[in-house]
Design a binder for this molecule. Structure first.
Ligand SMILES: C[S@@+](CC[C@H](N)C(=O)[O-])C[C@H]1O[C@@H](n2cnc3c(N)ncnc32)[C@H](O)[C@@H]1O
Length: 283
């Protein structure tokens, strides 16, 4: 392991006092931070971070105050409105504020709400996108979120709504029919209802499913199962959130693309998991 490299020469934006930068920290592996995130971490006076932000990332901002704003380890959950108003207060106090959120701040991360509140209070903001768990986390499991032979569209779905219930407002019938590949965030709590809805809507019980927990971290685990078996398999596996659940044939590509397994010396299980019988690039 080497130390953090210096940022390359570039016209890096300067954080100004009174600004809030809303920044994605990626799914876990600190190496998946963007360079803009690294630049922000070096300049911030205060970093307000969520539960899924790896603490190692905070080491990149030793000069800053670190404020936890997530739910973990039985600590009471910070209310969204309170977090937004805390950002306003810090900015008004002339701090350079870095709001660090897991994955991408605008993907099921309520970053849009925080930015809106800040702007409504005349606080200037900068948005720094991050790698979302539903894309980068699956890539670390060897699952391409799109693959030409499998899908021409992908649907990102949240497994529960603001009240914590299965999103009744979602049209599961259309979701099932609309995309060959579904990527479900926050799906573990309501996995049984989600499985039933997808099966009722016509998805096959033998359809491949992958459950990737703590993706891109040293605790990453991957369960390969099927839509019909996933509820039982998840229960037996003891897997715990955070999890990304991928439904669709792109999961089969893990049989050839499990690059982390190969780095540990495993052989690919199947060089042609989709049974094309021809080179991958052939149209
Ligand atoms: C509130 S959402 C935030 C999503 C985040 N903004 C993103 O773009 O990845 C939290 C959910 O994201 C997913 N998630 C985030 N990080 C993850 C990780 N490292 N491994 C698996 N799932 C993750 C889980 O479904 C988790 O319940």
């Amino acid at each position: 392991m080497t130390n953090t490299p210096d940022l390359p020469a570039f016209a890096w934006p300067q954080m100004e006092p009174g600004w809030v930068w809303l920044c994605g920290a990626g799914p876990g592996d600190p190496g998946l931070l963007t360079l803009h995130a690294a630049n922000a971490l070096r300049q911030a006076d205060v970093v307000i971070y969520d539960a899924l932000v790896q603490e190692a990332i905070l080491d990149w901002a030793p000069q800053a105050e670190h404020v936890y704003a997530g739910k973990r380890g039985g600590k009471p959950s910070a209310k969204q409105r309170d977090i937004s108003l805390q950002l306003v207060d810090l900015a008004r106090a002339g701090k350079k504020v870095l709001r660090l959120k897991g994955g991408d701040p605008f993907v099921f991360g309520r970053g849009g709400e925080e930015a809106q509140t800040l702007i409504q209070h005349d606080v200037p903001v900068r948005i720094i996108p991050g790698i979302s768990a539903g894309i980068g986390g699956l890539a670390y499991a060897g699952i391409p979120v799109t693959h030409r032979d499998v899908n021409q569209s992908v649907t990102f779905v949240t497994g529960h709504d603001q009240s914590g219930n299965t999103p009744g407002s979602l049209d599961w019938d259309s979701i099932s029919k609309g995309s060959q590949v579904l990527v479900i965030y926050m799906g573990m709590k309501h996995i049984a209802q989600i499985a039933t809805k997808l099966l009722d809507a016509g998805r096959g019980s033998d359809e491949p499913v992958a459950v990737v927990t703590s993706a891109t971290t040293s605790d990453q685990r991957v369960l390969e199962t099927t839509l019909g078996a996933m509820v039982d398999d998840i229960a037996k596996s003891g897997l715990q959130p955070p999890a990304i659940i991928c439904v669709g044939k792109s999961v089969l590509m893990r049989q050839v693309l499990d690059w982390q397994g190969m780095a540990l010396g495993q052989r690919p299980r199947n060089l042609d998991p989709l049974g094309r019988g021809r080179p991958a690039e052939t149209a």
